[in-house]
Design a protein around this ligand. Structure first.
Ligand SMILES: Nc1ncnc2c1ncn2[C@@H]1O[C@H](COP(=O)(O)OP(=O)(O)OP(=O)(O)O)[C@@H](O)[C@H]1O
Ligand SMILES: [Mg+2]
Length: 262
């Protein structure tokens, strides 16, 4: 295939592009994500399932093929943001028909077509100020704080951009667990280690015996475990909550008394 024909085919099918630059056959969920509209997607994927690779590939594909696109990659820490941008840079370097770079640093890649990929660490203060965002990809979403999540969502209000959040579970807590279990309007994709062709049954048996049932269920089976400081289970508390009961009179007096002390 000539280069022009290849570029055309890849512009129509991101999977062709991703398989060339990663050098891997994509797993079905990776292909589904790249071919989808990425409006609101949650991915509950096991450890080593390919989340960061997919996050980087998705961000880079959009930046290369949609001139002027602003892509934000979000991670819980500076170190992970740097790792994620390194993944992007690796894929970018492997693409012999990539759009030329205008600027590149450890946390950002700016392309000559006006697109930018910016990898942000999980501090709420550092993410404010971006407008016209085409796509936000959150890696390790379960460890990204509620503050950060609620401060990035408004960036999509005017641009109509997409939001993709991928993670392994981290207990029944936080926004990602809430969105996964009860959020509206999300496409949900789940991939356990048993569904990952690169993780062998023998390795999983060893892990199950070594790390114990709680960790195994979380790291490899996409299960949200009770957090260690919970006295009552999440289901027990949720089942006990009712909207039709008014607060106690005594509690109201207490609040009023406290407010008058201030
Ligand atoms: N479709 C694929 N085919 C072959 N190898 C792949 C594929 N997708 C990812 N990998 C490889 O699998 C390994 C793990 O990928 P990656 O780091 O993206 O996973 P992860 O889910 O982010 O892992 P972690 O949970 O540890 O953060 C990497 O070496 C990556 O290159
Ligand atoms: Mg990762």
């Amino acid at each position: 295939m000539g280069e022009l024909a290849r570029d055309l085919a890849e512009a129509l099918d991101p999977v062709l592009w991703a398989e060339r630059v990663t050098g891997h056959m994509l797993d079905p969920w990776q292909a589904e994500l790249l071919r989808g509209d990425c409006r609101r997607v949650l991915l509950n994927v096991c450890r080593q399932g390919g989340k960061s690779t997919t996050a980087g590939a998705l961000g880079l594909y959009v930046a290369q093929h949609e001139p002027g696109a602003l892509v934000l990659l979000l991670s819980p820490s500076q170190r992970q943001s740097g790792e994620l941008l390194r993944t992007v840079a690796g894929l970018y370097g492997a693409d012999d028909s990539a759009v030329q770079a205008d600027a590149q640093s450890v946390l950002r890649l700016e392309l000559a077509n006006g697109s930018r990929i910016i990898s942000l660490p999980g501090k709420e203060a550092t993410v404010r100020g971006f407008a016209g965002v085409r796509l936000i990809v959150i890696d390790e979403a379960a460890r990204v704080s509620d503050d950060l999540y609620y401060s990035v969502r408004p960036m999509l209000a005017v641009s109509g951009g997409g939001l993709v959040a991928m993670s392994t579970p981290f207990g029944k807590r936080g926004w990602w667990h809430k969105e996964w279990t009860e959020g509206q309007g999300w496409q949900r994709i789940q991939v356990t280690a048993e569904q990952c062709p690169r993780i062998s049954p023998a390795f999983l048996a060893e892990e199950r015996a070594t790390i114990g049932a709680w960790w195994f269920a979380q790291e490899y089976m996409c299960q949200f475990g009770e957090t260690s400081d919970q006295v009552f289970s999440y289901e027990l508390v949720a089942a006990a909550l009712r909207d039709d009961i008014k607060p106690l009179e005594a509690a109201k007096h207490l609040t009023t008394a406290r407010e008058s002390e201030v």
